[in-house]
Ligand binder design. Structure first.
Ligand SMILES: Cc1cc2nc3c(=O)[nH]c(=O)nc-3n(C[C@H](O)[C@H](O)[C@H](O)COP(=O)(O)OP(=O)(O)OC[C@H]3O[C@@H](n4cnc5c(N)ncnc54)[C@H](O)[C@@H]3O)c2cc1C
Length: 508
């Protein structure tokens, strides 16, 4: 039998935060176990863009945290503060008021301090996210959508930095080592049983932190909870998040909460690998250029308001919208005015199959070979869209197209409008890419104490010694503000580590 002060299940961002925090707060022997082989270290965290959403007071507040801005550059950045009220409002608004406000407040309230901790104690290399969250307008970099920070080299840089910090803190990580049971004595956690080298091994610890991700990689659970068809969605990240953590917690009577029918899902390259992310391109299969154009389904119809809000407030729900279309794939379409504004990392040569036409009719013809089933409807949709744009522009001659603000340039005359950034699609070359629904993570989770991340039981009592963080916490509903997943995992991971250290420093 082997004893530890704290055992963390899962080597992603949330698990790393919990393990580092436990070691920092005084646990001598901290272990992370992960079912994956070492080359899959980092769970979904590895596949991220490393985007972290935090409350902040504007440029001067965050300049000391980032490594990619010179004094000269700083003078040409416009960055509005993002307040506690803004962040909390975004989680609640996008979740239709259903997220637990106390839990959401706990994330938001600790977010800024957690960024400082991640930068200075853990050593995450933060940057301003110019390439994803800002547009250059009138010679100035204007940030939009509340989120401004990411880690250098995205999720790859994030996970590498976390594991460097863990090695320094002498935290052990065992791979190929699934947790299969949590043991208890007198109602309190006493350890876990893992499968290691073909044997069941009992590891003793009075503190266990569950950070084992959701059930997004499990087609059977997806179909059961999210609904028919979801078993076919494309998996964006790790194939190892099979919902194990929920089984382990259920055996101890943990209460489930949150949106078990909901998930985060996005526009994803229809040709991407189906059953798990690709460790070289990672998040580059994301296709988030739709606010600059339109999306049309295989029946030749638009189906969402592409300009409803900034991309990072709509992208996590548009995957579901695509999933619900006939054949569950659609086409993103632009003309030459917008093609140059698409992000190189997502739409560069060799990254995605790009379909070009010199006229809308020619593009439609080529799309037929790629799954478009209604060529004439497609052409008609583009025509109607262009007429509605022109009509708006004729009535609003002083309006200016600006992707960095909600510019109100709309097609409100259409039954399904595009509310911002509406430009005609009428100048060749025309370009389309085919996208499908990529599932990121599931929203259903466990109920936790917002201060300690202690898991709450069906009887509304904290289960002594059991903590939870990351995707396994039932926080988000229906939609989510981009960059909140890493932040929520960091906040509750840090709290769980501290609480674990406090518990194990007391006498049994
Ligand atoms: C392509 C992509 C891009 C994303 N971009 C962003 C972004 O920029 N910003 C953001 O905030 N969020 C982003 N997300 C979401 C983000 O990845 C998650 O919110 C976050 O990483 C979840 O962290 P976690 O530690 O809970 O889970 P994970 O990082 O998935 O870690 C869970 C770990 O648990 C392990 N595990 C599972 N079962 C067991 C078991 N039985 N025993 C032991 N180990 C087990 C898994 O192998 C895995 O390593 C993105 C996700 C994807 C897929």
């Amino acid at each position: 039998m082997t004893s530890f002060d704290c055992i963390v299940v899962g080597s992603g961002n949330a698990g790393c935060c919990a393990a580092f925090s436990a070691a920092e707060a005084g646990c001598n022997k901290v272990l992370i176990v992960d079912v994956c082989p070492p080359e899959w270290v980092g769970g979904n965290g590895y596949f991220t863009a490393g985007a972290f959403r935090t409350v902040h007071e504007g440029l001067q507040d965050l300049l000391p945290i980032v490594n990619n801005v010179s004094a000269e550059q700083a003078g040409s950045i416009d960055m509005d503060p993002y307040t506690l009220h803004d962040f909390l409002g975004d989680i609640m608004r996008l979740g239709d008021g259903k997220p637990d406000p106390v839990l959401a407040h706990a994330v938001v309230n600790a977010s800024r301090d957690t960024i400082t901790w991640l930068a200075t104690e853990v050593g995450l290399p933060f940057m301003f996210s110019f390439h994803r969250q800002a547009y250059k307008v009138g010679g100035r970099q204007k940030f939009w959508g509340g989120m401004v920070l990411c880690t250098e080299d995205g999720g790859k840089g994030l996970i590498a930095a976390h594991h460097r910090a863990l090695a320094k803190a002498k935290v052990d990580v065992w791979f190929n080592c699934p947790a299969v049971e949590i043991t208890t004595e007198n109602g309190a956690v006493s350890g876990i049983i893992v499968q290691k080298d073909g044997e069941r091994l009992h590891l003793r610890s009075r503190a266990v932190v569950l950070a084992a991700g959701g059930f997004e990689a499990n087609p059977e659970l997806r179909e059961r909870h999210l609904g028919p068809g979801w078993e076919r969605a494309i998996l964006r990240g790790t194939p190892y998040n099979q919902g194990d953590g929920f089984k382990l917690a259920a055996a101890l009577g943990a209460r489930q909460t949150g949106d078990w029918a909901g998930c985060h899902s996005t526009c994803w390259d229809a040709d991407a690998p189906k059953d798990g992310g690709e460790r070289n391109l990672t998040n580059q299969f994301t296709k988030s250029g739709y606010p600059l154009g339109i999306m049309v389904n295989s029946a030749g119809k638009r189906f969402v308001d592409e300009g409803e809000d900034f991309r990072n407030y709509t992208y996590a729900k548009f995957g579901r919208a695509i999933q619900n279309q006939p054949r569950s794939y659609v086409f993103q379409v632009w003309d030459s005015k917008a093609i140059g504004l698409l992000r190189e990392e997502e739409y560069g040569d060799g990254i995605v199959k790009k379909i070009f036409g010199d006229s809308v009719e020619e593009l439609a013809e080529k799309l037929v070979a790629n799954g478009l089933e209604a060529k004439d409807e497609f052409v008609e949709t583009v025509k109607e869209f262009n007429e509605a744009v022109k009509s708006y522009q004729a009535e609003n001659q002083d309006s200016n197209w600006n992707p960095a603000v909600k510019d109100g340039m709309s097609t409100q005359k259409l039954p399904l409008p595009k509310s911002n950034w509406a430009l005609t699609i009428d100048q060749p070359p025309f370009m389309a890419v085919k996208v499908a629904c990529g599932i990121t993570f599931t929203f259903g989770g466990l109920s936790i104490d917002p201060e300690t991340a202690g898991v709450i039981s069906e009887q509304s009592k904290v289960i002594p010694g059991l903590f939870c963080t990351g995707e396994m916490v039932g926080l988000f509903h229906k939609n989510y503000p981009g960059g909140s997943g890493l932040m929520a995992g960091a906040v509750f991971g840090r709290k769980a580590g501290k609480a674990a250290a406090k518990l194990t420093s007391t006498n049994a």
